[in-house]
Write a protein that binds this ligand. Structure first.
Ligand SMILES: Nc1nc2c(ncn2[C@@H]2O[C@H](COP(=O)(O)OP(=O)(O)OP(=O)(O)O)[C@@H](O)[C@H]2O)c(=O)[nH]1
Ligand SMILES: [Mg+2]
Length: 445
């Protein structure tokens, strides 16, 4: 996510950390670096300019403050302003009192509307809402099929009909949802270019007829500067209530997308972080920036852990840890849950103190989890409970059985022993113990 920007800020901050005091000279130097980084990441030049002005103003003000660590103060200013740039506070999705709440998704072709519709539906279902999806893209062949397939996957009904009129399809879909006492209706519309007048009129008509409580502009974060123009055009045509940035998991520079918030003055509500149906995160400027700047994102990490962690299991685990009875079987279960949290690199990136540079060198291979599991699977129950007693010949057998080398088996056992020692010292395990464990288990092999 925003990798290039992250790298640049990393180097700017490294220079700042050592500063003995803030002078005009180093303010100039720093803002020049930041400006260049922003432009290279495709941030709109006006947005970059205003951003730089704000940084300058505030840092000049701090020259007079006698701070213990001037560099850190400067970093804080930059962090604060970045958070402001992205809207400062998260703005949750609105659900109206009147049923059903209508959510309209709009955007360019291929921006991720249909995928987002399904992801959003899944989120809402999880929070106990009854959701209906409406397939209003009558233009692209297979568009309706696509939504139906996704709907099936998440067990959410998809409204379609043979009318060739997207406005009617939407209003009929809402009527049916109303009769069925559904809570939310998500309208998946066709992709359109902001310069296509007919299509823009169509989406205006859909909005007028369906009165959505949320009109989300879905934008691919890989799009360059054009994203800013199309965002402007869509927000003139529609009462956009927020944006969804998709494909942030790719190597998108992301700058254009960042600029949209300031340009149209509407919050980013969600970000798409994978092709998978649960790859949608609520957008929180503070969390994202802290992740970007390498300050870690414990909140998201805990949330992810809570999502996959069964409370009873967690309790059982805590008891075992307290009694120092944690064995390889438990470890295996933990790894399983960990892998449910998402790709390892994403998770690592959220850990505080995870140096980006170090992360880069460390090629995290998600297969390692599978290998570790394979090794543990090749052990007998007794071995799993008594890893410290596994001798040479047993190690050989386990290696053979799992298709890994003896060395890898040795390493796993060594790491496990160290981990256990560490846990013992930690005493009480706080949530997410999972995270602590994972950092270690990654260095297996
Ligand atoms: N990696 C990744 N891929 C995504 C994400 N969101 C969407 N995609 C992919 O982007 C492609 C286009 O997504 P769609 O949801 O079909 O886009 P759309 O806006 O509905 O496209 P049209 O209906 O043709 O305008 C698909 O291959 C999706 O899997 C995301 O957050 N991350
Ligand atoms: Mg679509």
């Amino acid at each position: 996510m925003f990798n290039q920007l992250a790298d640049r800020f990393d180097s700017v901050f490294r220079n700042l950390r050592g500063l003995g005091k803030i002078t005009d000279d180093n303010i100039q130097h720093t803002v020049r670096d930041i400006r260049r980084s922003l432009l290279e990441a495709d941030v709109n030049f006006k947005v970059a300019r205003n951003f730089i002005e704000r940084i300058k103003e505030r840092s000049v003000g701090t020259k007079v403050i006698k701070s213990v660590k001037p560099g850190e103060l400067f970093i804080k200013i930059i962090r604060d302003e970045l958070i402001k740039l992205l809207g400062e506070k998260p703005v949750p999705l609105k659900i109206s009192d009147q049923k059903p709440s209508v959510i309209l998704l709009a955007g360019l072709q291929g921006s991720g509307k249909t995928t987002t519709a399904a992801k959003l539906a899944k989120r809402l279902v999880k929070s106990g809402k009854k959701v209906t999806l409406v397939a209003a893209d009558i233009y692209r062949p297979a568009a309706i099929d696509q939504l139906q397939v996704l709907g099936k996957q998440i067990d959410v009904p998809v409204y379609t009909d043979n009318l060739k009129d997207p406005v009617k399809i939407c209003t009929n879909g809402i009527k049916q949802a109303e009769a069925g006492k559904r809570d939310v209706v998500i309208l998946d519309t066709a992709g359109r270019l902001h310069i296509d007048e007919d299509m823009m009129t169509e989406i205006k008509n859909i909005a007028a007829a369906t009165k959505p409580v949320e009109t989300l502009f879905v934008v691919d974060s890989m799009t360059g500067q054009d994203a800013v123009n199309s965002a402007l055009a869509f927000s003139e045509a529609l009462n956009i209530t927020g944006t969804v940035l998709t494909k942030l998991d790719g190597d998108a520079r992301g700058g254009a997308a960042i600029s949209i918030t300031e340009v149209i003055g509407k919050p980013i509500k969600f970000v798409g972080v994978s092709e998978k149906i649960d790859g949608l995160e609520e957008f929180d400027p503070e969390r994202i920036i802290d992740r970007l700047l390498g300050f870690g994102d414990v909140a998201t990490l805990v949330e992810k852990a809570q999502n996959v962690l069964d409370e009873k299991e967690a309790e059982k685990l805590e008891k075992k840890l307290k009694r120092n009875k944690f064995d390889l079987e438990d470890f295996k279960n933990q790894l399983k849950q960990l892998s449910k949290m998402g790709p390892m690199e994403q998770i690592l990136g959220m850990m505080p103190g995870m140096n980006r540079q170090a992360l880069k060198g460390l090629k995290v291979d998600d297969r390692q989890l599978v290998w570790t599991e394979a090794i543990i699977n090749s052990m007998t129950p007794w071995e799993r409970q008594n890893p410290q007693l596994i001798n040479g010949s047993r190690r050989k057998r386990i290696a053979l059985g799992s298709g890994r080398s003896v060395q890898q088996v040795n390493q796993l056992l060594k790491q496990f022993a160290q981990m256990k020692k560490m846990m013992k010292n930690m005493g009480k395990l706080k949530m997410p113990g999972l995270a602590n464990m994972s950092a270690d288990s990654l260095n297996l092999m």
